[in-house]
Design a binder for this molecule. Sequence first.
Ligand code: SF4
Ligand code: SF4
Length: 383
Amino acid sequence: METEAPIKEVIEEIKECGGDAVKFCYQCGKCDTVCPWNKVTTFSMRKLIREATFGIPEIELEEVWRCTTCGKCPQECPRDVKQIDDMVALRRMATGYGVSPAFLKPVRSASASLAAEGNPFVQERAKRADWAEGLNVKTFTEEMEVLYFPCCYVSYDQRLKEVAQATARILSKAGVEFGILGTKENCCGESIRKTGNEKVFKSMARENIKTFIENGVKKILVSSPHCYHTFKNEYPEFKVNFEVVHISQYLCELINEGRLQISKEYGKKVTYHDPCYLGRHNGIYDEPRGVLKKIPGLELNEMAESRQDSLCCGMGGGRIWIDTKMSERFSNLRIEEAIGLGAEVLVTSCPYCIDALEESRSGLNYEDVIQVKDITEILQEVI
Ligand code: SF4
Ligand code: SF4
């Protein structure tokens, strides 16, 4: 029985890292039938769970790092196996052992940059608020209505800065007293946590929480569903509770309360892509649609894979930093689906989704066929 000892140790370690639920799996394979990876290649969550159950996970292979944490298989699993927690547990083990194959090099770089500058892009902290230049955005003070927390992508990425700028223009137009923390912000830490790096996640979370408390923050408005998820569902692990609002919810509220008037038409065919971390992970489906339906002239058509069946863009779970072959990008399928529906604009409400969909749009030469927009970018055109 000598061979059982190391396996039991590994099983115990998986449990300690948060993957205890693997033991409930009865290998039905439902997870594999819904996983978006099987639209583009062959991938088996069922097999990974089985290997983990026997204490023989292959943590050095890319398979363990494929799951985008989209949330589709956990909602179908009849045994509540918590596949996302299980994969993060294996990644934590790998991180603990210093397992670092070449495909994880960008994750190592992101992690080092997070620790040094609070963002994953090797960008200077001092430039975090540059997106706001010329927009008269104030520094947050505690008597303000809301703190706007734009996230790293929206702060630094050239394309996504347009989302932060649209948001600031809309808030100003609605007369919302808001401010930003600029260089005092750190990444929320959601994606690095999903790669198994608890140390960097905790450091990001603690610094943000300290900054929020020191600055009297009570209500946080976010552009990214990943920030929303982390602030709302994970920061309470640190015994704090801030009111967290996603921009799609806030826009809906501003329109319904009459603070934001829509004065123009938007005569285009539009379809809405539900981001995994807004939809499946947090149940926010109606508010973004509610905003779009208030815009005169806008024709909203639903894709077959919408709401809880939405197709993942491919960027969650740390995949935003890991290179995915062009032929294996879920976002390519999403763009094709939107075009097949006759949409002129594919609208969403997540920086990761916009990044993936924009890359697919240009990679597939669809620049003249369809536009990709954040919900704020449409709204700023009609107010
Ligand atoms: S759906 Fe759940 S029970 Fe079925 S194989 Fe997948 S993890 Fe196991
Ligand atoms: S969470 Fe999504 S990406 Fe991950 S294995 Fe399940 S269906 Fe596939």
